[in-house]
Design a protein around this ligand. Structure first.
Ligand code: PMP
Length: 290
């Protein structure tokens, strides 16, 4: 696999288009040492970024929550995202805007650091193995819990939040699972390491945890809208892990994961039922609608 720093083309970097290999940071960088960094993950479908404005708004919200002022307007970032996918000629791919603090200060306080912005994009396929995306992926349950909401800016895409997600994902992969279901600080079902989680019960209703200490994904909200338009009842509520055995279906949602069915969570088995196949089809149609 080609390392991400060795690709070709351009990256939008502080309002300039720089050579891919030259889009660098110094090793003494606040974002790197202290996780003063926020980012987005967006998908390009047929040369157009799905829900670009929502992603850019969330990027600005995340930055604000981290005390960082992005030195551009939301419109300028939207234009920059559209420009870089054109320059890179991305038809179906991914966009990664990143905002981070620079090198001017190298301790906890970072008030005078410059705020940097970069946007990279590349052609990209399925987040999970395409075969498993049809059959359903297998999840373990992480030993790491989502922290209480008063301990972190939980409703952002701040890089520091991903420390426990990567630890969970690695643990899952080492055990032969594709991903990990994370519980919250009270032991309720929360989300997967990079996607939200939904369940279907035997009456055809859908259940999903209330996003009160983890990201309320843009895909999550989109899929809830799609499900409601089909007359499916959505229950946003606290879900205990003991309830998993009663559900008949399970799926994940995320910009990268899209709608991915889950075939089991440890020893709880789920069917890739019609409802999930149909929601996925509707999502795939919606993202390509011009
Ligand atoms: N939770 C986490 C931890 C994520 O990284 C993501 C992906 N951004 C999501 C949920 C889903 O968010 P979205 O649908 O906005 O991509």
């Amino acid at each position: 696999m080609m390392s991400y720093d060795k690709r070709s083309g351009k990256i939008w970097y502080n309002n300039d288009l720089v050579e891919w290999a030259e889009a660098k940071i110094h090793v003494l960088n606040h974002g790197l040492h202290y996780a003063s960094c926020v980012f987005e993950g967006e998908r390009v479908y047929e040369k157009s970024i799905f829900k670009l404005e929502e992603h850019t708004s969330r990027l600005f919200y995340s930055a604000k929550r981290m005390g960082m002022t992005i030195p551009y307007t939301e419109k300028e970032i939207n234009d920059a995202c559209n420009k870089i996918i054109l320059v890179q000629n991305v038809e179906n791919g991914y966009v990664r805007p990143t905002v981070w603090r620079g090198s001017e200060m190298m301790a906890i306080s970072a008030q005078q650091t410059k705020i940097h912005v970069a946007i990279a994009t590349w052609e990209w396929g399925s987040y999970f193995d395409p075969k498993l995306k049809v059959e359903g992926i297998r999840l373990n349950i992480s030993n790491w819990r989502k922290p209480p909401p008063n301990t972190i800016p939980w409703d952002t895409k701040a890089s520091g939040l991903y420390m426990i997600n990567t630890l969970s994902k690695h643990e899952a992969e080492q055990q032969g699972y594709a991903d990990s279901l994370m519980l919250d600080h009270e032991g309720n079902v929360a989300e997967a390491t990079g996607a939200n989680v939904f369940f279907k019960d035997k009456n055809g209703e859908i259940h999903t945890p209330i996003p009160d200490c983890f990201l309320d994904g843009i895909t999550r909200r989109t899929v809830i809208e799609i499900a409601k338009s089909k007359g499916i009842k959505i229950n946003e509520r606290k879900i205990k892990p003991e309830e998993l055995r009663d559900f008949v279906g399970c799926f994940l949602t995320g910009s990268a994961a899209e709608v991915t069915p889950v075939s089991c969570i440890v020893d709880n088995q789920f069917k890739v039922c019609e409802t999930i196949i149909d929601l996925n089809k509707s999502y795939q149609t919606l993202v390509r609608k011009k």
